[in-house]
Design a protein around this ligand. Sequence first.
Ligand code: GUN
Length: 301
Amino acid sequence: MDDPKLLKGKIVAQHVNQRVEKMVQLLNEHGVQPKLSVVLVGDDPASKVYVKRKGKSCEKLGIKSETIQLPDTTTEGELLDIIEQLNKDTDNHGILVQLPLPKQIREEVIIRSVNPLKDVDCFHPQNVGLLVTGNPYVLPCTPAGILEILKYYEIETEGKHAVIIGRSNIVGKPLANLLVQKQKMANATVSVIHSRTKDLAEYTRQADILIAAIGKAEFVHSDMIKDGTVVIDVGINRVDADNEKGYRLVGDVNFDSVFSKVARITPVPGGVGPMTIAMLMQNTITAASFQEGITIEKTAN
Ligand code: GUN
């Protein structure tokens, strides 16, 4: 579908990728080959797909990448040893440990073990602190991708009521912290609502910008929004379908139900999804430049 209401993350991601390619060239001119290492523990099918896409994107943009695949019986100690090696490896600039991790491994312990300078996810408490206080090292990938979409399509956030459904550490909480910052492309009034919020639709109906990141297929319906809402759908859910794969992907928003009411909306797929990887590529370049002591202009486009 090619409708002017659509916020096409796929196109914005291409725009970011062009910027990243130029930054890779600049690093190469300084004799630096940026490198990202991705660690996947276990064989969750969705995680496998994401990790493969990350590797492909690196290859396309001239970023060296390595995927370390470990069995789901891996112990916390074994994973810590691998991260320690990656922390020490000066050829490696970025470390991404794909979440979720198997039950025997504590996520918070792993996140804290990554060298903050190589933390391309912006999950380490040091980087989260820098983000919250308005002086970030890198931005968390999915929230940064959402801001990039809003910027590309010139959607004003200042003074707007942004309502975020979902309080995860990966999307909801960091996005709230970004949108509330006292700066251009932020300055929003932010509400974070979640599974325990009473009368949830009371809040969603007040949203100028509604971000759905709750992980429930087609959760948001037309009676939950007002006319003219900008809807950002972060969800990627598999639902049974009568096709070759046996499933199709849907967001956290019931697209057909809300479409006539919204001002703009991100589709699923092709909306926020491609942005997460594009921002990861950008973060890898930021991390490589910082570690190598090279200043490159992020807006080199
Ligand atoms: N699992 C789902 N999203 C993410 C992400 O952005 N980073 C990592 N490391 N794991 C994830």
